[in-house]
Design a protein around this ligand. Structure first.
Ligand SMILES: Cc1cc2nc3c(=O)[nH]c(=O)nc-3n(C[C@H](O)[C@H](O)[C@H](O)COP(=O)(O)OP(=O)(O)OC[C@H]3O[C@@H](n4cnc5c(N)ncnc54)[C@H](O)[C@@H]3O)c2cc1C
Length: 553
C-alpha cells in the first residue's frame, strides 16, 4: 500500500483525541470548498459548523428579500465544470432560497456533509508547539488534533446588536435578520419596526413594507442604493453561459472584482458633462453595480465621486413623493460606494406607501427600547415586531469570538489589538499552520467572495503539497514579511475613499474596535499576483520547520 505523504503520522492517528490532517472551521462557501479540496488530496479532514447545515451566510440569513447583489452566474462555484452544467440559475440575482438550494445541491452532489459536524461551535484552537499541531475543542466537548487549521469562519458571520439600552426589556417579537426563523413569518396587520438601513435593512423594508399594517424604519445613516433590475434568466441565455463558463471564469479570475461586472479605464472628468450624464443614466437603467464600473476613479477622486452621489440623490428625489422624506433618505456625509453599495428592487418607492414611516434617528435619536417598542426623543413607537438589521462585527469578529492561541500563548485577540494583521490575509506570524479564507487583509468584501475563497483554498492546498514534498512540518510567515504586506495594504488604502465613511469596512460600527481600513484595495487580480509570487519564489518569505526540528520532537 502506498502512503500519502500529506497524511498525519500513523502514530498520531492511533492516539486519542481524534487526529486530523486538517480541521476546517465553518461550512459556508469557503469551508465547503476546503472540505472538497482537501478530501480530493486524500487528507484526513473534519469540518465544524455552528449552524445546522451548510451555507454560512445563506443558511442564517433567511429574512424576507434576502438576495445576492452579484449576478448568480458569478456568485457560484467555479471549481467543478460538472456542477456548472448541472445547475441552472433562474434569476440574474438569486434570492436566498435559491442560493440555499444551490448550496445544498453542491453538498449532496459532492457528498460533503459526512465530513462536517453541524450544530458544533469550535470554542478553542491552541497551537501545541512541542508536537507542532493544533488542538481544537468544540462546544460538544470533543477534542481534535490537527496538523493544519483552516479558518473559513466568514467575514460577516458575527451579528451585532445595536448599542441601545433596554433590548432585553422588549416584550413584542424580536427578530434578528442574521438569525431569522426557519418557519415563515407573517406581518399582516402588524406594527413592525426595522432598525438598520444597510443592505439587509433595505432588502427587508421593501418586502415587509408591502405586508405590514404599519412599518417604521429607524434610520441613522441613509444608504445609497441603486436599482437591481433583476430579471428571470431565459433558457437561451443560460445555455450560452453554460457554453462559455470556462472563459467567464477565466476573465473573472483576472478582473479586479472577481466577476463579470464591466470595469472602465475612463476617468470621470475625461468626458464631457453631457457624456457623463448619459453614462450615469445608462448605468441607472442597466441596474446592478454598473455605475461603480462606469468610471475608473470613483473610489479615489472625491470630486468625481460627489458628482455621482449627487446624481443618485437626484434619483431619490424623483422617486420619493414626499420631499421631506426624500431629503432624509439622501446620504450627505460620506462618499457614494464608501459604504457597501446596495441594490434594491423598490426601496425608495416603498416610502410612497401610506403605511411606511421613516424615523430619522439623526434628528430624532433612539433613546431606548421599551417593553412595548422603541422610544425616540420625540416619543414612543409601539411595535408588535422589532427587526434588527444592525450588521456584523465584520472581517475579524469570527476569529476574535473564540480562543485562537498561537506560539508562546499569544492569542489572535492580542495580535490584532491594534487592528487585523496577517500576510496576504492568509496566514499570521506567530500562528504556524493556521490559514484563513477571505481573511481581513485580503480583498474580502471588495470582490466576489466565492472567487476569493476558491483562490485561497487552492493556495493553501499548494502550500500543504509543497510541505509534504519537502518533508516540512510547519509554515509561518516571518514578522518582516507580514509587515511588508501590511505596508502595501496600508499604502493602497490611503488612496481609497473607503476610508471616509464610518462602516464595518473600517471597524467603525463596533464600539472600541481598532479603526482603519485593513482590506487589500488593489483588486482581486492584483491580489492573486501577490499570492502566486509568494509561492513561486519557493515560499522564501515563510519560515518552515522540518519534522525533526519541531521542538521536543
Ligand atoms: C446578509 C448578507 C448578505 C450578503 N450578500 C452578499 C452578496 O450579495 N454578495 C457578496 O459578494 N457577498 C455577500 N455577502 C458576504 C458573504 O459573507 C460572502 O459572500 C460569503 O457568503 C462568505 O462565505 P464564507 O464561507 O467565507 O463565510 P460564511 O458564509 O459566513 O460562513 C462561515 C461559517 O462559519 C461558521 N463559524 C464561524 N465561527 C465558527 C466557530 N467558531 N465554530 C463553528 N462554526 C463557525 C458560521 O456559522 C458560518 O456558517 C453577504 C453577507 C451577508 C451577511
Amino acid at each position: 500500500m502506498t502512503t500519502n505523504p500529506l497524511h498525519a503520522p500513523s502514530s498520531a492517528l492511533r492516539a486519542a483525541p481524534t487526529r486530523l490532517d486538517v480541521a476546517i472551521v465553518g461550512a459556508g462557501f469557503g469551508g465547503m470548498y476546503a472540505v472538497y479540496k482537501f478530501r480530493q488530496m486524500g487528507l484526513k479532514i473534519q469540518g465544524f459548523e455552528a449552524g445546522g447545515d451548510v451555507g454560512g451566510v445563506w443558511y442564517w440569513n433567511r429574512y424576507p428579500g434576502a438576495r445576492v447583489d452579484l449576478p448568480s452566474i458569478d456568485y457560484s462555484f467555479a471549481f467543478s465544470p460538472e456542477i456548472e452544467q448541472e445547475w441552472t440559475w433562474s434569476e440574474q440575482f438569486a434570492a436566498q432560497p435559491e442560493l440555499l438550494r444551490y448550496i445544498n445541491f453542491v453538498a449532496d452532489r459532492l457528498d460533503l456533509r459526512r465530513h462536517i459536524q453541524f450544530n458544533t461551535r469550535v470554542c478553542s484552537a491552541v497551537w501545541d508547539e512541542p508536537r507542532a499541531l493544533w488542538v481544537v475543542k468544540t462546544d460538544r466537548g470533543d477534542v481534535y488534533e490537527a496538523t493544519y487549521c483552516v479558518m473559513a469562519t466568514g467575514p460577516l458571520s458575527v451579528p451585532k446588536d445595536p448599542e441601545i439600552p433596554g433590548l432585553d426589556r422588549y416584550r413584542g417579537r424580536l427578530l434578528r435578520a442574521a438569525r431569522w426563523p426557519h418557519e415563515p413569518v407573517r406581518f399582516e396587520g402588524q406594527r413592525v419596526g426595522v432598525i438598520g438601513t444597510g443592505s439587509t435593512g433595505i432588502q427587508i423594508v421593501q418586502e415587509v413594507g408591502k405586508e405590514a399594517g404599519e412599518l417604521f424604519v429607524f434610520q441613522r445613516t441613509p444608504s445609497f442604493t441603486m436599482p437591481m433590475r433583476n430579471e428571470a434568466l431565459t433558457p437561451d441565455y443560460v445555455a450560452e453561459v453554460k457554453r462559455h463558463y470556462a472563459g467567464i471564469r477565466e476573465s473573472a479570475r483576472n478582473s479586479a472584482v472577481g466577476g463579470t461586472r464591466p470595469q472602465s479605464t475612463r476617468a470621470f472628468f475625461s468626458v464631457t458633462p453631457n457624456q457623463r450624464r448619459q453614462l450615469l443614466e445608462d448605468a441607472w437603467k442597466n441596474g446592478g453595480l454598473a455605475m461603480l464600473g462606469t468610471f475608473s476613479d470613483l473610489l479615489t477622486n472625491p470630486e468625481a465621486n460627489e458628482h455621482v452621489a449627487e446624481f443618485v440623490r437626484g434619483k431619490i428625489g424623483e422617486v420619493v413623493q414626499d420631499p421631506v422624506t426624500a431629503e432624509k433618505l439622501k446620504p450627505r456625509d460620506y462618499p457614494i460606494f464608501a459604504r457597501r453599495p446596495c441594490l434594491d428592487t423598490s426601496y425608495y418607492e416603498t416610502y410612497n406607501r401610506p403605511n411606511v414611516h421613516l424615523v430619522d434617528c439623526l434628528n430624532d435619536p433612539i433613546l431606548e427600547i421599551t417593553e412595548k417598542g422603541v422610544r425616540t426623543q420625540s416619543g414612543e413607537v409601539e411595535l408588535d415586531v422589532l427587526i434588527l438589521a444592525t450588521g456584523y462585527d465584520g472581517l475579524t469578529g469570527a476569529l476574535l469570538a473564540f480562543d485562537v492561541v498561537g506560539r508562546e500563548g499569544r492569542t489572535v485577540n492580542d495580535k490584532w489589538k491594534d487592528g487585523a494583521r496577517s500576510h496576504l490575509g492568509l496566514m499570521m506570524e506567530g500562528f504556524p499552520n493556521l490559514f484563513m479564507t477571505t481573511g481581513p487583509n485580503g480583498p474580502a468584501a471588495l470582490a466576489n467572495i466565492i472567487r476569493i475563497s476558491e483562490h485561497d483554498v487552492d493556495w493553501i492546498a499548494a502550500a500543504m503539497t509543497h510541505m509534504a514534498q519537502n518533508g516540512l512540518s510547519t509554515i509561518e510567515p516571518t514578522a518582516e514579511t507580514e509587515q511588508r504586506w501590511m505596508d502595501i495594504v496600508f499604502a493602497l488604502s490611503q488612496r481609497s475613499l473607503l476610508l471616509k465613511a464610518k462602516t464595518w469596512y473600517v471597524g467603525a460600527n463596533v464600539k472600541d474596535k481598532p479603526q482603519g481600513l485593513t482590506l487589500f484595495t488593489g483588486g482581486f487580480a492584483k491580489y492573486r499576483e501577490y499570492c502566486t509570487a509568494a509561492a513561486q519564489d519557493g515560499y522564501r518569505a515563510f519560515t518552515f520547520t522540518h519534522a525533526k526540528e519541531a521542538v521536543g520532537a
